[in-house]
Design a protein around this ligand. Structure first.
Ligand code: A3P
Length: 274
């Protein structure tokens, strides 16, 4: 990362690996990678590209915080280190473990329309099956159970019930330690969302609006920065989604509506979902 423009006599010029002061905890398929990559543009942010799965995996957690710290990139003392592992959000141990590491840590949670997120989650899982030459099952067959109800055992259905997991985080962290990013807005117009995150992290506004440009062939915003090998996210981000039966879509939106409301109340923030 180019840090030359940070060189300032008042800064500690010693680089070391530091525990993250901010973690992107999820939600899976809501735009966690885009959020991390956009934030990585900021000169005062360094990120671990690789998902660490440290707090949600006993084997890794037992290696200790020194192990975890060693996975972090080098940083100057004025920089913020960010890690992202979307699996933390739905895990049951990560809250307490993160709290024990740093009770005043700042957390970023990105969410999006729960039905679109569900379809994205399904698309990712089916892509994994295709790669392994396994049988691909239609979404409709996975989300409806034998009785014709929404199948609560299907993980992508569960993961879009945001309040169910968010409440676990509020047991350990103050609401103002968690900033919620609107994943739908991050797609349609990333700059204002990123600007808000800079404020939340107490950083100067260094990620400028004109770095973002819409790439029609990708169908998403990309970043105009010379140092990047690829201005757009990779092929696994922005996959085409299957068409879903409109009746099933209505059923899904009806299913999530009261659950979304519970999330809005807990989060004290609402979102513009159908
Ligand atoms: P799809 O691939 O289903 O469209 P995550 O990084 O958490 O796995 O989220 C992936 C989702 O990020 C993608 O889901 C896509 O909709 C969204 N996304 C947001 N900004 C993007 C961008 N600039 N390029 C590609 N995908 C982006």
């Amino acid at each position: 990362k180019n840090v030359s423009h940070n060189v300032n006599a008042s800064y500690d010029q010693h680089m070391s690996r530091r525990l993250p002061q901010c973690i992107i905890i999820g939600v899976r398929k809501a735009g966690t990678r885009a959020l991390l990559e956009y934030l990585n543009i900021h000169p005062d942010i360094v990120v671990t590209s690789k998902e660490q799965h440290f707090f949600n995996t006993d084997d890794r957690y037992s290696l200790g915080l020194e192990y975890y710290r060693n996975q972090m990139p080098l940083s100057f003392s004025h920089q913020i280190t960010i890690e992202k592992t979307p699996a933390y959000f739905t895990d049951l141990m990560s809250q307490e473990r993160i709290y024990r590491m740093n009770s005043s840590i700042r957390l970023l949670l990105i969410i999006r329309d729960p039905v679109v997120r569900l379809v994205s989650d399904y698309t990712q899982l089916m892509y994994g099956k295709k790669v392994k030459n396994k049988h691909v099952i239609a979404l409709e067959d996975l989300i409806i159970d034998r009785n014709g109800d929404i199948d609560l055992d299907y993980k992508p259905i569960q993961r879009s019930i945001y309040y169910h997991y968010f409440i676990n985080w509020l047991e350990f962290f103050r609401r103002d330690q968690i900033h919620i990013v609107d994943g739908d807005k991050l797609i349609s117009n990333p700059y204002p969302e990123i600007n808000e995150v800079e404020s939340f992290l107490g950083l100067g506004h260094r990620i400028s609006k004109d770095l973002f440009y819409y790439n029609a062939s990708k169908g998403f915003f990309c970043v105009n920065l010379d140092k990047l090998d690829n201005p757009c996210l990779g092929e696994s981000k922005g996959r085409p989604h299957p068409e879903v039966d409109p009746d099933i879509l209505t059923e899904l939106y009806d299913f999530y509506r009261p659950r979304n409301k519970m999330f809005f109340e807990l989060a004290n923030k609402s979102f513009d979902w159908p």
